[in-house]
Ligand binder design. Structure first.
Ligand code: ADP
Length: 389
């Protein structure tokens, strides 16, 4: 059995999935090494949800991502049957030019390393396992799948910031992220609703959150820009903010760049607003005023951004919820859908409560969907397509 390994490496975790490639792609296992460098813990589950591994490791055994890559690689070789034919990696930043996934070699890896200043919290982690595998198994095919690639068809005018144009050439432009999720959802929507019109907004509402305007299945606008901080407030990230606030914090609070980075990435969003939690479930369960403020603000900003994206599309045919909040919370879907009523969206309460794919009523002029995303399957598909070619 030929297999493809999908790797999604973050700052303290390494998520991986194995797909078999017998005619079509089928998920075999899902795993996660968490607590890298602190309290490493590995879990592996079968596609059906059975627990296959649940192990603690000494901190010294898994001090960093390269070590985690080696440990997971060794374990998969020992315990997992199948012939690994390629590894597909999630890479947050593909820079301004790459519109599709690419086979990795030393030259591409060096180029991708140059984009680290554009995504300092994600890019080095994404690239670390690639480097390890390139050194230890140079013959193994590796593919980089970019979160930015799906948005590269934007009109360049839309991707500019209104600062002197030479900064755009230097790379200071709107990139947009969550592209693998949007690409998957766009494909799924074409399958389940081939006849809906071509003007669609997809809301990826997880711990990271953004929205994307699709015209004829292609991204034309995203709420995320130069970094994954822009647009909607997220679990711990601020979302859109007046740059004057940053100047104020630098000048009046004497903050360093590092302090500002920590504030905007780790202490803001739902967590900062509520003073309680970054998790929508906690906020829904809480009676604290901070929880209500954070959720009200989240819903408000999604409504405002929906208006902006509908303007980019010149109207709206469908609105799609996806990712953690979008897939699992009928309450949040209902609250957000109320902000879309002026555009013609009308939720069907029963469909929404049971979680059908189509959750709007038959009299809704905007079709509303809740579609589970699958970024890992998207990576496996890109990887397979590239090595098959
Ligand atoms: P990530 O961006 O880490 O991949 P997910 O897409 O898994 O995130 O989304 C995680 C978030 O989804 C959680 O932080 C939580 O706020 C939210 N979430 C998950 N399940 C529910 C639920 N049943 N109700 C409300 N929110 C949920």
């Amino acid at each position: 059995m030929d297999t493809i390994l999908v790797v999604n490496a973050g700052s303290s975790s390494l998520k991986f999935e194995v797909f078999s490639v017998e005619g079509s792609l089928a998920r075999q296992i899902k795993g996660k090494m968490e607590g890298i460098g602190t309290a490493p813990h590995l879990t592996i589950k079968s596609a059906g949800g059975d627990r296959l591994a649940d192990e603690d490791y000494a901190r010294e055994a898994v001090p960093d991502l390269p070590a985690a890559t080696r440990v997971v690689g060794q374990l998969l070789r020992e315990r997992h049957q199948g012939q690994l034919i390629a590894v597909g990696h999630r890479v947050v930043h593909g820079g301004p030019d790459h519109m599709r996934s690419l086979r990795i070699d030393e030259k591409l890896l060096r180029e991708l390393e140059r984009y680290t200043p554009l995504a300092p919290l994600h890019q080095p982690n994404n690239l670390a396992p690639i480097r390890v595998l390139l050194e230890h198994q140079p013959q193994l095919a590796q593919v980089a799948c970019f979160d930015t690639a799906f948005h590269r068809g934007h009109d360049p005018m839309a991707d500019h910031y209104a600062i002197p144009a030479h900064y755009f050439d230097e790379g200071v432009r709107r990139y947009g992220f969550h592209g693998l999720s949007y690409e998957y959802v766009a494909g799924k929507l074409a399958e389940i609703a081939p006849d809906i019109g071509g003007r669609v907004i997809v809301a990826h509402l997880g711990s990271g959150a953004s929205m994307c305007a699709l015209s004829g299945g292609k991204s034309v606008e995203s709420t995320l820009g130069f970094t994954a901080l822009d647009g909607l407030p997220m679990g711990t990230r601020c979302g859109q903010i007046d740059p004057g606030v940053l100047l104020y914090l630098l000048q009046q609070h004497g903050m360093s760049a590092r302090e500002l980075q920590d504030l905007l990435y780790k202490e803001s969003g739902l967590k900062g607003l509520s003073g309680l939690s970054n998790d929508v479930r906690d906020l829904l369960a809480s009676e604290e005023p901070g929880a209500a403020l954070a959720l009200d603000h989240f819903v408000h900003r999604i409504g405002l951004n929906a208006g902006m994206l509908a303007a980019a599309l010149g109207g709206l045919d469908a609105f799609v919820f996806t990712a953690g909040v979008g897939e699992n919370s009928p309450v949040m879907r209902e609250r957000i859908s109320r902000k879309l009523e002026w555009l013609g969206a009308k939720l069907d309460r029963r469909r929404n409560a049971v979680g059908e794919l189509l959750i709007s009523g038959d009299d809704s002029t905007v079709a509303v969907y809740a579609v589970p995303t699958d970024e890992e399957l998207m990576i496996a598909r890109h990887t397979y397509a590239l090595i098959a070619a």
